[in-house]
Design a protein around this ligand. Structure first.
Ligand SMILES: Nc1nc2c(ncn2[C@@H]2O[C@H](COP(=O)(O)OP(=O)(O)OP(=O)(O)O)[C@@H](O)[C@H]2O)c(=O)[nH]1
Ligand SMILES: [Zn+2]
Length: 353
């Protein structure tokens, strides 16, 4: 198997040029288990650990490799294990807010091309939640796609209404409606999954993600869920987290990644609420509060049914959360200037290898 099959492309190649030294090779992280990774270099899967020196320079969770990362590795003991020397720049990044007094991000997975945001037509359907997932996915530069499951439980008319609700909330993301029971729509999902691209499924518990994955993966692959690898005389078994489908598309699936804490940066929000942003830009008052000004573009749009009031309120709410995040993040940065130091140490590290 070539690296291309794992999703390596010219974008990563460009970013790898100066980072990867002659004695090193490039591999993709397909599983992570407490600091130990399993990487695939296009030929085999091997156990890999972070280089001690690199470990020393780690300052934030973002510095650890996560599933989907491209890394530069050096093989040891005739390929029994490898050491990870650097992480290639991430094209996309899925991360979530971790609970706690300070707002921190936990890295979930890297270099996902498309995230399927899954909701059930029947029990889980919620536009606000959909918007929140869209913000998170957009923020990570990942392409979103909406999957509505369990269409077998509603009538075609009801489905049409759901779709119309999504559209009238200003969400223009592609939607595929499917049923894991009848199989309708499954081929549509399969057909748009391209070889060499990486996908994931996000959504609440019970919406049918596991069932869909099983359908997409096929039985043969399921049995190879666990990968064993020998490193330093130790035997580790890690659940495989990046799954190669038969037609060459990849699916990242791991426990705990599917439901995300919700906060986005303002850019992600703007992308998901482009209709609101456009209206605000057209509002004739520069510092309009969009609450009572006569002639306000937002109020007029709500009045004449162009914009849903709920949608606008959700936009305000997400922005408020985002402001809060930006503030605490900024203050944290100021405190220890760790970010700047980190950049420097990475540059230094680069020169050494
Ligand atoms: N009627 C119907 N039931 C479905 C469909 N897809 C899944 N189910 C059922 O819904 C339940 C939950 O499905 P799962 O695939 O486990 O849901 P999940 O999203 O993986 O949930 P977590 O594993 O908790 O994240 C199961 O009983 C499935 O059989 C569907 O399209 N139609
Ligand atoms: Zn206004």
């Amino acid at each position: 198997m070539e690296l291309i099959a794992l999703g390596f492309d010219s974008w990563f190649e460009d970013h790898a040029k100066e980072l990867v030294k002659p004695e090193q090779s490039i591999a993709r992280v397909i599983a992570v288990d407490r600091g130990r990774c399993i990487v695939n270099d296009g030929f085999r899967e091997i156990s890999a650990v972070l280089l001690g020196k690199y470990l020393h320079e780690i300052e934030s969770p973002a510095d650890f490799p996560c599933v989907g990362d491209w890394v530069s590795v050096e093989h040891h003991d005739s390929d029994a294990f490898a050491s990870i020397h650097a992480i290639l720049q991430r094209k996309t990044l899925l991360r979530r807010k971790t609970a706690g007094r300070e707002i921190e991000f936990q890295m979930i997975a890297a270099n996902i091309d498309t995230a399927f945001i899954v909701q059930s037509c029947r029990f889980d359907f919620n536009i606000r939640r959909l918007e929140r997932y869209l913000v998170m996915v957009n923020e990570g530069q990942i392409e979103p796609l909406i999957l509505l499951t369990k269409t077998d439980l509603i009538s075609p008319d009801e489905l049409e209404l759901l779709m119309a609700n999504i559209r009238s909330a200003g969400i223009n993301t592609q939607i595929i409606a499917l049923s894991n029971v009848t199989g309708s729509g499954i081929e549509q999902v399969r057909a748009l999954m391209a070889a060499g691209k990486t996908y994931c499924l996000l959504g609440s518990s019970g919406v049918g993600k596991t069932t869909l994955i099983n359908r997409l993966v096929g039985k043969a692959e399921l049995e190879t869920k666990s990968v064993s690898a020998t490193g330093e005389g130790r035997h580790t078994t890690t659940r495989r987290q990046l799954i190669m489908l038969e037609d060459g598309a990849m699916l990242i699936d791991m426990p705990g990644m599917r439901e995300l804490g919700m906060v986005g940066d303002s850019e992600g929000i703007d992308e998901s609420f482009s209709d609101v942003v456009e209206l605000i830009a057209n509002c004739r008052f520069a510092d309009c509060s969009h609450s009572n000004e006569p002639g306000c573009a937002i109020l007029m749009a709500i009045e004449n049914g162009e914009l849903s009031e709920d949608h606008f309120q959700n936009y305000l709410k997400l922005n408020k959360e985002s402001d809060f995040y930006q503030m605490s993040h900024h203050e944290k940065r100021k405190k220890d200037k760790a970010f700047g130091r980190h950049i420097k140490s990475v540059m230094k590290h680069r020169d050494k290898y």
